[in-house]
Design a protein. Structure first.
Length: 299
């Protein structure tokens, strides 16, 4: 569903938007792995951060309903500024972006050297894609923000589809990456399955995500600056990330959590993970991963 209503102009969005939501804007959800209700960890009305009593995946429930979330993401200012915005080449945010990009390309390259086809989901302004192209990959992007997609095409000459992943061209990629995206998606298990379906045999995935077992998250609790219950609706630990990935037919082979590593420079509450798709059952024509199916049938 392309976001045709996402305006490309207008003032940056208000940082004080959080106070405007009421219970009528929210909906309850269950664990994407187990289908169970979560147990409250923090109450942040009208939201709550909850933990699955079985697999310990942390998520927001109640969370913004789909229509309310669409209103938030359609705000002209949502993707502006910070690390998303077009910045001076020497700004601290851009220096960090270039550092992360170099480290992440190195981490990907250890599993899948260029040349190869690389797809970035949530490609923003195209900075990572442009660097990956320079490194020798044949790159494509998917981006919800029309501003970001237009900038990528016009200024960087990149092939970027503007819209939802499900509607994007589905030719296989050797590398699929998604930075700071998994915490936002409605259903991370379904999203990772979609990633798996887009990976060519032997393909590699790479992601970054905040993590709930990080020192800032544990020390600051409900005041953790990355909690953001409007937008960050799933919270992982290295263990729960591996679990959800495995259920989607993906194996995490490496987790980079140190803020001293280039791929994660200065990020004390986020991690970078890379891995591969597990082999598919060649007798199953539906592209399903044998290892993703639980003993009792899939949810
Ligand atoms: Zn669960």
């Amino acid at each position: 569903m392309p976001n045709s209503s996402m305006a490309a102009t207008g003032p940056p969005g208000s940082a004080a938007a959080a106070a405007r939501w009421t219970a009528a804007d929210t909906e309850p959800v269950t664990c994407c792995v187990c289908g169970l209700d979560g147990v409250p960890v923090y109450r942040l009305p009208p939201f709550a951060v909850v933990r699955c009593p079985v697999c310990e995946l942390v998520f927001v429930s109640p969370r913004l309903s789909s229509p309310a979330l669409q209103r938030l993401y359609d705000e002209p200012g949502y993707f502006e500024g910070g690390v998303y915005g077009a910045q001076s080449a020497l700004s601290p945010a851009m220096v960090l972006q270039r550092t992360w990009t170099a480290g992440r390309l190195a981490a990907i390259g250890r599993l899948r050297r260029p040349p190869g086809r690389l797809l970035e989901i949530g490609s923003g302004y195209g900075l990572f894609l442009a660097a990956a192209r320079t490194a020798g990959y044949d790159v494509r992007g998917v981006e919800l923000s029309r501003t970001g997609a237009d900038h990528s095409r016009a200024w960087l000459g990149l092939d970027v589809f503007c819209g939802q992943l499900a509607d994007a061209p589905s030719e296989p990629a050797d590398v699929v990456c998604f930075w700071d995206t998994l915490e936002h998606v409605p259903d991370p298990l379904q999203f990772l399955r979609e990633v798996g379906l887009r990976l060519a045999p032997g393909g590699v995935f790479a992601l970054s995500v905040p993590y709930f077992s990080s020192v800032p998250a544990r020390l600051l609790r409900s005041r953790w600056w990355t909690l953001k219950p409007e937008q960050h609706i799933w919270h992982f630990t290295p263990a729960t990330l591996r679990l959800v990935a495995a259920r989607a037919g993906l194996v995490v082979t490496s987790v980079i959590a140190s803020p001293l590593r280039q791929a994660n420079a200065g990020r004390s509450d986020s991690l970078v993970a890379v891995g591969r798709a597990l082999p598919r059952n060649p007798s199953d024509g539906h592209g399903r991963h044998v290892a993703a199916e639980p003993a009792g049938g899939s949810p």
